[in-house]
Design a protein around this ligand. Structure first.
Ligand code: ZN
Length: 162
């Protein structure tokens, strides 16, 4: 059973994270999501790590099963960027809940865009994945294709956040 909650009850935010971040989200429901802030986040060997000084710098990461979003501490100095990245991460959870039929419909939109020669993406994460896609990835709906579709969806979710 799904529990209806306001966004303030849905997210467990650290005190130093501005509550105004939640104003940019539509009303959501679901099980509680913990938000953590850590310094110097990097992706290293497929894992999100903090403060090790190695790996590719990342702004955030989400852990679906644990229901945790980890945000880079430096983002706290850039509220608009923080809002956009937070929304992107929240919509990773929405993508998971969307269901196969809806996810497939979104993928079909992306396929049509690619067929029509649309270039670029709304965000870096989707764009970097899109650049590596081959026609076979699209046709076979490979893991890379599905990762791209997810990132595209999450980038699109934050499109009207200024
Ligand atoms: Zn993402």
């Amino acid at each position: 059973m799904q529990i209806e909650k306001g966004n303030h009850q849905l997210f467990d935010l650290p005190l130093r994270v501005p509550r105004s971040m939640l104003q940019h989200l539509p009303p959501l429901s679901g099980h509680r999501i913990r938000v953590r802030v850590q310094p110097d986040l990097t992706s290293l060997g497929g894992k999100l790590v903090s403060g090790v000084g190695r790996g590719a710098a990342v702004h955030a990461g989400s852990f679906m099963r644990k229901r945790v979003i980890v945000l880079e501490e430096a983002l706290l100095r850039f509220p608009r960027r923080l809002n956009r990245i937070f929304i992107h991460e929240v919509f990773h959870f929405a993508w998971l809940r969307l269901g196969n039929h809806e996810r497939r419909q979104y993928e079909q939109l992306l396929e049509a865009e690619i067929r029509l020669g649309a270039k670029g993406e709304l965000g870096w994460s989707a764009e970097s994945l899109k650049e590596t896609l081959t026609p076979a990835d699209v046709r076979r709906r490979t893991i890379r294709w599905r990762a791209y579709a997810c990132e595209s969806f999450c980038d699109y979710s934050r499109v009207d956040v200024r």
